[in-house]
Design a protein around this ligand. Structure first.
Ligand code: FAD
Ligand code: SF4
Length: 395
């Protein structure tokens, strides 16, 4: 184990070193704050070095799929033969965590439960039993300080660990993993975009859903609608193009508006949905460790090859000013547009590229306007290449 130099964590509520860009990943709540300058995803962008550390090589940005989806050896669409009740999708993430504990591959799993009072308030836990991992199923769609468990992990004496997390958490984790005293670390990532604080989430629910207080779960789906699932089991669908972008512009955390790690490039295995057909999950196996995790649950999954259909470029180019100026369509027009784009719009991997392009162009503009001095170093080469396909406003 590399020697861990400790520093005193910051008191709760105080300004973090990344200031407004802090994604509350949790590192600064621990003695690992000593490494913040080099480890924080928003202070030190270091994809190239970390990809080499984790996967043995950098992504090849001249190969379209690698440029977009990061280093990988396999992609597949999957869903559980028997979906887990209450999971975000079919529960592949939770199943992997539970099986890894049951088979004693690991002694603990970092995952996110909710607080007893609030289903959307994240509560990171070091789960030691499958039941504790099960209790963490479903997204808490808010910034979660998963790395505030780092000192606890070190104290626990655990040698084999699984961490489930989103990109900014995993970037910082990779930077300090050598100090954790682990024999084996598995990282199971999800894609992540447009995350919010708990107050931001409330504003989103109140501006978008017909019944904000009964929402138990929501997702931006591949058919260009947000699906809100309510307590009574009903599903409310709102077209993306009808969202009140002007009102919602400010709810996303500044960290998420300056993030280019949508696909969690440093995880061993990524489980999302955006590269898969509607109703399916999308798995990206990045390396051998990711393959081991996939193989562990393979028999529980239905599989189909990934597909790609449609042409995204024009739709992305047209959406740049709409995103930028906060245009909101009347609901009838939004529904019409939703139907049209669902029928003829990009699908599968092309939908994933559509979503990445739309977010990267928006985020590039955000960094250029608000942090121009950081633009060159903070935006990774793969993102610069993606953004360069589009005409951006001059200012
Ligand atoms: P489940 O079995 O329900 O497990 C969900 C896991 O997520 C749990 O283990 C829990 O520990 C973890 N978790 C919950 N909340 C958080 C949090 N705030 N931070 C870190 N970990 C958390 N996929 C896409 O393809 N495109 C997207 O744009 C996208 N955005 C996402 C945004 C957020 C904030 C999150 C957390 C996930 C996002 N995903 C996205 C992933 C997707 O929504 C599903 O989580 C993923 O497909 C796994 O589904 P599942 O049924 O297997 O998960
Ligand atoms: Fe610290 Fe994480 Fe915030 Fe960076 S993002 S300042 S590492 S808590």
């Amino acid at each position: 184990m590399a020697e861990h130099h400790k520093a005193r964590p910051l008191p709760p509520g105080s300004l973090r070193p990344a200031k407004q860009l802090c994604s509350e990943c949790g590192l600064c709540d621990t003695s690992y704050i000593h490494y913040v300058k080099s480890a924080c995803a928003f202070l030190n962008q270091q994809f190239d070095a970390l990809e080499i550390q984790v996967h043995g090589r950098q992504r090849d940005i001249n190969q379209e799929n690698e440029c977009y989806f990061g280093v990988h050896q396999m992609m597949v669409a999957a869903r559980k033969k028997q979906p887990l009740l209450g999971a975000q999708w079919t529960g592949i993430v939770t199943t992997i965590g539970m099986r890894m504990l049951q088979k004693k591959w690991v002694e603990g799993v970092v995952c996110v439960q909710n607080t007893p009072e609030d289903r959307f308030q994240p509560q990171p836990v070091l789960a030691r039993t499958p039941e504790e991992v099960f209790a963490a199923r479903v997204n808490k769609p808010t910034l979660s300080p998963n790395l505030n468990l780092l000192d606890e992990i070190e104290r626990s004496g655990i040698r084999r660990l699984l961490v489930i997390g989103v990109g900014c958490q995993i970037q910082a984790l990779r930077a300090v993993q050598k100090y954790l005293g682990l024999e084996k670390l598995y990282v199971l990532g999800t894609p992540c975009v447009d995350n919010v604080t708990r107050a931001g989430l409330q504003k989103f629910l109140e501006t978008t859903s017909r019944s904000p207080h009964t929402v138990v779960h929501y997702e931006f789906m591949q058919d260009y609608h947000v699906y809100f699932k309510h307590e009574d089991g009903s599903v409310e669908k709102v077209p993306f193009f009808g969202l009140n972008t002007k009102e919602l512009k400010d709810i996303f955390a500044p960290s998420c508006l300056s993030c280019f790690d949508y696909v969690n490039g440093l995880a061993d295995l990524v489980v999302g949905y955006m590269g898969a057909p509607f109703g399916w999950q999308w798995l990206v196996v990045r390396n051998e460790r990711g393959q081991e995790m996939f193989d562990l649950v393979r028999d529980e999954l239905e599989l189909q090859p990934v597909m790609s259909q449609g042409q995204r470029h024009q739709a992305v180019q047209q959406s740049i000013p709409a995103y930028d100026q906060g245009v909101t369509l009347p609901m009838w027009a939004a529904r019409l547009m939703g139907v049209f784009i669902e029928k003829f719009g990009p699908k599968g991997l092309e939908y994933a590229r559509f979503s990445i392009d739309s977010h990267f162009t928006r985020n590039y503009l955000y960094v250029r306007r608000h942090y121009p001095h950081k633009l060159a170093s903070h935006v990774p080469e793969f993102a610069k290449k993606i953004v360069s396909q589009y005409r951006l406003p001059e200012t």
